[in-house]
Design a protein around this ligand. Structure first.
Ligand code: WT7
Length: 642
């Protein structure tokens, strides 16, 4: 790790930046006042009377007594302030179709969708599942839910039927919004069949609202299914937004934990919108009148919620939304989009950056990227090589890079540089934002000084913090607040360098990070043992040059099952069917035994050594120390990647 290079902002960038160093001082001097100033970015129908109530810690209440409508803040108020003709969404479909949607149009569409949901019987507090491609209707659907106070649960459209089903059931959603299909990699990928399969086992679902996107044939249940074109389009395009309490649930988003059951992370209205708006303004330096912003995430993940929908729209962004993959029709699609739309701010993930590095510098070099003025990174640690490439090849050597650390649970960015202030080191997320408390602690929860590594914790409540886990308050306390009292344990390892800059070191629990997506080892293990040929499975995340980590599975076959050609392929397909293609193991190794402690816990550390071709670490706590030799010798005829 090189810590000597550091890139201060140019004088020109600093001179025009939204945030100056003063922000750190303001937050330090009077944290409550600071957050109440940030909340003033929003329009409150009823002002709050208390900034934060932490008396029932770790259950927080922010902006107590305040009432607002999130959709009004993201759409209507911009129309009222005279910006109805400003383009909000520049949509580009994978086949090349284009649609610009202004704030005035967005207001009409969100109003119609809100009216349609009301007609379907949805009332404030009801849950709505959204399983959609990256099309404008996905944004409209989320905002329509927010507008009527019905918390949405967006499920990434890459998840399979089974994963969708468990999420719908956990939230007891009454409506599912989906599409016939989506354009991916040059062909139509149907979505409706997965919904049909899932909903068959979801008794809470009364209606399925279907957007016609790809024109593919779909099965249609006349009792339950309704076309968006029918019900939404015929609604009045005005809808009066009601205000909701600052702590009214805004959405649930499922994320993997260390068990097989995903956790429904709950976010509420006032604090979440305050911090997403604040961070989007200061970290991305958004100038609403001139910038063209593009966050390449999918709305199925928290990044899409916070930095496509809520933060940016609250800040009156003009932004690109792209439906498809970066290599369709050619590997320079993203650079082409940036050139044509003159994108000024790009927010993407290290795994994408590394893929583009592999595809070659000639691709971005063939397009005019000079419109770019700021670059962001999220999802996993960005290695210094990728950081430098991003800066030089994409950013022309001049754009500041903001490496942003946060989580589904934190709701908004927590650790990142301020682009007009911080001198950035390639590979470091630098420091906690103004108003945020982060520290690195040892096993005892003792705060460590510069030059030391340990666990990343958050030391004080923040407005966009999760309010709990849907239906399981105890799991919330146990998962995040029990290791050390009064400290939120993020699950990440981190190091403070000699200057106090924070370097994220990856997860320290059984959670893998594949291309910036969180997948638990247990989830993949459960999927594998559900296959008739598998008796036992252990899964680890091994380092991977492109995806950060890749899934490596060790399996024990059932008696009678044979390790033949096609086994690995069949198992990978099985996992894709159970969870989704993102959870497919890169490698599956058939082994005679698994390394376990005397209490039966799998020692993943040793398997990781094997998966990463390293000399094996200390194996003395194994119940049977000879197991690792057995595994190592078995690897001589291991199943290679297919
Ligand atoms: C985990 C959260 C936050 C949106 C995308 C992922 C890792 C995230 C960074 C970063 C190093 C990062 C952490 C974190 N992570 N951003 N800039 N540097 N690691 O959200 O699925 O909730 O995953 O992603 O391990 O705990 P998520």
């Amino acid at each position: 790790m090189r810590e000597d290079r550091s890139f201060p902002p140019s004088a020109a960038f600093a001179a025009q930046a939204n945030a100056t160093g003063q922000l750190y001082e303001d937050a330090q001097a009077d944290p409550k006042r600071f957050w109440s100033d940030q909340a003033a970015r929003l329009d409150w129908q009823t002002p709050f009377t208390e900034i934060v109530d932490w008396t029932d810690a770790p259950f927080a209440k922010w902006f107590v007594g305040g009432r607002l409508n999130v959709a009004y803040n993201c759409v209507d108020r911009h129309v009222e302030s005279g910006h109805g003709d400003q383009v909000a969404l520049i949509f580009e479909g994978e086949p090349g179709d284009r649609r610009d949607i202004t704030y005035a149009q967005l207001q009409r569409e969100v109003s119609q969708a809100a009216n349609a949901l009301t007609e379907l019987g949805v009332v404030a507090g009801d849950r709505v599942a959204i399983y959609m491609p990256m099309i404008p209707e996905a944004v409209v659907a989320m905002l329509a839910c927010a507008r009527i106070g019905a918390p949405h649960s967006v499920v990434f459209a890459g998840f399979a039927a089974h994963a969708l089903e468990s999420r719908i059931n956990d939230a007891q959603a009454s409506v599912v919004i989906t599409a016939d299909g989506q354009h991916r990699r040059g062909s139509v990928m149907p979505l409706k069949p997965a919904v049909d399969e899932a909903v068959a086992k979801c008794p809470s679902v009364k209606s399925v609202l279907v957007v016609r996107r790809a024109g593919n044939d779909v099965a249609f249940d006349a009792e339950r299914d309704v076309w968006w074109d029918d019900i939404v389009t015929r609604q009045p395009d005005i809808h009066t937004p009601e205000s909701f309490d600052a702590e009214h649930p805004l959405f649930i988003l499922y994320t993997s934990g260390t068990t097989g059951n995903p956790k429904g992370i709950l976010h509420t209205c006032g604090g979440y919108l305050t911090q997403t708006s604040y961070t989007h303004n200061v970290v991305f330096d958004l100038k609403p009148d001139t910038d063209v912003y593009w966050c390449t995430a999918d709305i199925g993940w928290i990044t899409g919620h916070s930095y496509i929908v809520y933060g940016p729209l609250a800040n009156r962004v003009t932004q690109v939304i792209y439906e498809g993959t970066p290599d369709t029709p050619t590997q320079d699609r993203w650079w082409d989009i940036i050139e044509r739309h003159k994108v000024t701010i790009l927010y993407t993930a290290p795994t994408a950056i590394r893929t583009f590095m592999k595809w070659g510098d000639h691709l971005p070099a063939g397009k005019d990227l000079t419109s770019l003025r700021l670059l962001g990174s999220v999802g996993e640690p960005i290695n210094p090589e990728a950081w430098m490439w991003y800066r030089d090849v994409i950013g022309g050597g001049t754009c500041p890079i903001v490496d942003t650390w946060w989580q589904t649970e934190t709701g908004a960015i927590m650790i990142a540089p301020l682009p007009g202030v911080t001198a950035c080191k390639p590979g470091s997320a630098m420091g906690a934002l103004p108003g945020i408390g982060a520290a690195v602690v040892d096993d005892h929860g003792t705060q460590l000084g510069n030059g030391h590594g340990g666990y990343l914790v958050l030391t004080q409540p923040w407005p966009s913090m999760l309010r709990g886990i849907w239906g399981d308050p105890q799991r919330y306390v146990d998962t995040y607040w029990s290791r050390w009292s009064h400290l939120y344990f993020a699950g990440d390892g981190a190091k403070l360098d000699d200057d106090g800059a924070i370097w994220l070191m990856g997860r320290v629990d059984d959670v893998m990070n594949i291309s910036g997506h969180r997948i638990s080892t247990t989830e993949v293990e459960s999927a594998l043992v559900a296959h008739p040929m598998i008796a036992e499975a252990a899964v680890v995340g091994a380092n991977d040059d492109t995806t950060g980590q890749a899934i490596v599975a060790f399996v024990i076959l059932r008696a009678g099952a044979e390790d033949g050609d096609g086994l690995a392929q069949a198992l990978r397909a099985h996992v894709a069917h159970e969870i989704g293609p993102i959870a497919k193991p890169r490698q599956i190794l058939v082994v005679p035994e698994l390394p376990k402690t005397r209490s039966g816990k799998i020692m993943r550390r040793l398997l990781r050594d094997v998966a990463e071709n390293r000399a094996m670490g200390d194996a003395t706590t194994l119940a049977d120390p000879t197991v690792m030799n057995l595994i190592a010798s078995g690897l001589a005829h291991a199943t290679p990647e297919d």
